[in-house]
Design a protein around this ligand. Structure first.
Ligand code: NAP
Length: 255
């Protein structure tokens, strides 16, 4: 029996990259998935690619998580289409990198809006269901950049904010059977990091090679690496773990 049989999981930003990796892993373990992403067509296409066993159903929902009303509607649509909600992964993310003197107010607001307000909006909407059923798992995506990264004042602040968010919700929601944790990935090969290579005018493979050199395991990470940790942290096996941030980074923060 899969760890996620009978569970419904919402994965924001699930149409590609790390989010799609997590959605795939959860579906392989028996979950029904709501892929929530900016573009409904992309979300539906991703949902259609997920493995489907007995009793499983997936859906794609278009939603900008930084919009509170849209976030609430996405959670309610999940409940009505998939019959409930038990797991929320706040994965949607963007970057708007620049040195502070060049960073615009819009760059700041957009990054805060998607990462921090998006996690707030989605979690607030889902916790209503989680507290009623006395069961819920929330996982947020932080980053090694939370510890500081040149050119990412907005992203770094948002990702450290996520760590405070999960610590506080761990305290508030623990008594209701809800676990709230974060994963802080190191370099993961996705379109987000490929876009960074393009911005630096570097070849994607060269950029990955350089980043692989920066950690003790000497390789870059892949969405499957994050999905494996996520599958543990959102399962009942981790019910004594809450408010924590797990660094999944090939040891890059050790050196
Ligand atoms: P990605 O490939 O760029 O995928 C992000 C997804 O989020 C895209 O499908 C994007 O949709 C969606 N999205 C963006 N804004 C949204 C919004 N307002 N509402 C709903 N969906 C939205 O990124 P990734 O590399 O998989 O990263 C996933 C998460 O891990 C992010 O939170 C990121 O900060 C974090 N992370 C990544 C790395 C890494 O090395 N890749 C490292 C540390 C942390 P569109 O395609 O339509 O824009």
């Amino acid at each position: 029996m899969g760890r996620y049989e009978g569970r419904v999981a919402i994965i924001t930003g699930g149409a590609r990259g790390i989010g799609f990796g997590i959605a795939t892993r959860f579906a392989e373990e028996g979950a029904s998935i709501a892929v929530v992403d900016l573009d409904e067509t992309a979300a539906a296409e991703a949902a259609a690619k997920l493995p489907t066993g007995d009793g499983q159903k997936h859906t794609g929902i278009g939603c900008d998580v930084s919009d509170g009303e849209a976030a609430t509607a996405a959670v309610e649509r999940t409940v009505s289409e998939l019959g409930g909600v038990h797991v929320l992964v706040n994965n949607a993310g963007i970057t708007r990198d620049n040195l502070l003197f060049k960073m615009t107010e819009q760059d700041w607001d957009l990054v805060m809006g998607v990462h921090l307000k998006g996690a707030f909006n989605m979690t607030k909407a889902a916790q209503k269901h989680f507290t009623e059923q006395k069961l819920g798992k929330v996982l947020c995506l932080s980053s090694v950049s939370a510890l500081g990264n040149r050119g990412q004042a907005n992203y770094s602040a948002a990702k450290m904010g996520i760590q405070g968010f999960v610590r506080t919700l761990g305290i508030e929601l623990g008594p209701y059977g809800i676990n709230v944790n974060a994963i802080a990935p190191g370099f993961i090969a996705t379109e987000m990091t490929d876009a960074t290579a393009a911005r630096l005018k570097m070849d994607v493979d060269k950029f990955r090679e350089l980043n692989a050199e920066h950690n003790p395991v000497k390789r870059v990470g892949f969405p499957e690496d994050i999905a494996a940790a996520a599958a543990f942290l959102c399962s009942d096996e981790s019910s004594y773990i809450t408010g924590q941030t797990l660094y999944v980074d090939g040891g890059s923060t050790l050196v």
